[in-house]
Design a binder for this molecule. Structure first.
Ligand code: NAP
Length: 384
């Protein structure tokens, strides 16, 4: 039986994780849940899964839960609450499904404490880089990627001689603006950017999918997870989102991973690894006729992808700087304070204004994150 702490239980990945738990009552149980502000959904989840430890963003919501739950449990709030859930002694597996670099400390702490950490929170890998592997090595933790492309690569690369691999390719749906001309993309509205064609996800990653920043973060994530250089990670646009990743070998051949575009599959892969069991997602429907297409990404219309490659090549704290700027810019866009096209401009400006330094420690990378946030916020405020 795996005993889970689910961080971000009220989000898109968090709720899918709990669906997977319900499909495997004999293999999976819930010990801790952490969320932000959605206390009504969290209360409903508590009544179903009966976790022993729960955390929310504010003390006020923790007090509200205390008086509105039908049983008593350990209640926490804020960053300490996240850590209390991630490090709960009754949990052996942590699902890191918070959005943004706020998830970094809990991911790192869980790896250092020897947990299996199923990481959906790609920002923590982008920001923490090699420090995440160091934490896992120091504490005996196990890092498994929930992102569908990286779960696919994990399966494709397992037991492969690294010397036989020329490159890996992750696929991108291309987002809602894949075939839009530049002028139309530049003036895209919030509603248009939130209208993702193939995946239903939280708002931040949906905007990142529209700018292709999400794919850029995933390129960095693949490099961090599998120890690959920027030249060994490539992106192919595949609007149907059925092929998730490919591995290219030196002999010129490729292997592809195919499954439905349902996050419950990679979540279950990580939770039950190395076992493969029937679960909530049906087998791939090969009897249905379908057409798959593949194309190269256009860095002119989607410059955020190019910025991610630049940050990966620069190394050190550069990915953290880019990620922090992007979190500020996306939040400002969603609040109506920035245009869609300004997101890439804010990211570019922050990346060039602050010098990256070699990655040495968590406090150092958190300092870089804060510096980039300050710079990006000033940039946003200076916008007409
Ligand atoms: N959605 C996908 O299909 C998908 C696929 C691959 C990777 N990912 C990655 O998975 C992560 C989560 O994405 P998502 O789409 O599930 O996002 P989401 O739907 O926006 O959910 C985010 C979760 O994080 C919680 N949260 C936010 N700030 C918090 C804080 N300060 N303290 C505690 N909890 C906090 C939210 O709580 P409240 O809602 O209660 O405020 C919610 O439970 C992201 O890093 C994303 O890139 C997502």
């Amino acid at each position: 039986m795996r005993r889970l702490a689910v961080l971000g239980s009220t989000g898109s990945i968090g709720t899918s994780t709990l669906d997977v738990v319900q499909a495997h009552p004999e293999r999976l149980s819930v010990v801790a849940l952490a969320a932000g502000r959605n206390r009504d959904l969290l209360r409903a989840q508590c009544e179903i899964f009966r976790p022993r430890c729960v955390s929310v963003a504010s003390k006020e919501d923790a007090d509200w839960l205390r008086t509105n739950l039908s049983y008593t449990l350990d209640l926490h709030w804020g960053e300490e609450g996240l850590l209390a859930c991630a490090l709960h002694p009754g949990a052996d597996t942590v699902v890191a499904a918070i959005v943004g670099s706020v998830g970094l400390a809990s991911t790192e702490a869980a790896l250092r404490a020897g947990r299996r950490v199923c990481v959906a929170n790609k920002e923590s890998l982008v920001v923490g880089g090699a420090l995440m592997h160091e934490a896992a090595r120091a504490g005996g933790g196990e890092l498994l990627p929930v992102d569908s492309e990286h779960a696919a690569l994990h399966q494709l690369l397992e037991n492969r001689d690294p010397a036989s691999i020329r490159e890996v390719r992750i696929t991108a749906s291309g987002g809602p603006f894949r075939d839009w001309p530049l002028a139309r993309i530049q003036a895209a509205t919030i509603q248009e950017a939130l209208n993702h064609p193939t995946w239903k996800m939280g708002p931040k990653i949906t905007i990142d999918s529209a700018t292709l920043m999400n794919k850029g973060l995933e390129v960095i994530e693949a490099s961090v997870l599998f120890g690959l250089s920027a030249d060994q990670v490539a992106v192919t646009v595949h609007p149907q989102s059925q092929v998730h990743a490919m591995v290219g070998f030196h002999d010129g051949s490729y292997q592809l991973q195919v499954c439905a575009n349902d996050m419950k599959l990679p979540i279950q892969y990580c939770l039950l690894y190395p076992d493969k069991q029937p679960g909530p997602v049906a087998a791939y429907p090969w009897a249905e006729a379908r057409t798959w297409t593949f194309e190269a990404p256009d860095l002119h219309r989607f410059p955020c992808l190019g910025l991610a490659f630049e940050a990966l090549r620069a190394g050190g704290t550069a990915p953290a700087l880019l990620n922090a700027a992007n979190e500020v810019a996306v939040a400002a866009f969603l609040e109506g304070r920035l245009s869609f096209w300004d997101i890439q401009a804010c990211n570019r400006d922050t990346l060039s204004a602050i010098s990256a330094t070699p990655l040495t420690s968590l406090p150092q990378v958190l300092d870089a994150d804060r510096a980039a946030r300050r710079h990006a916020e000033v940039w946003v405020q200076a916008r007409p």
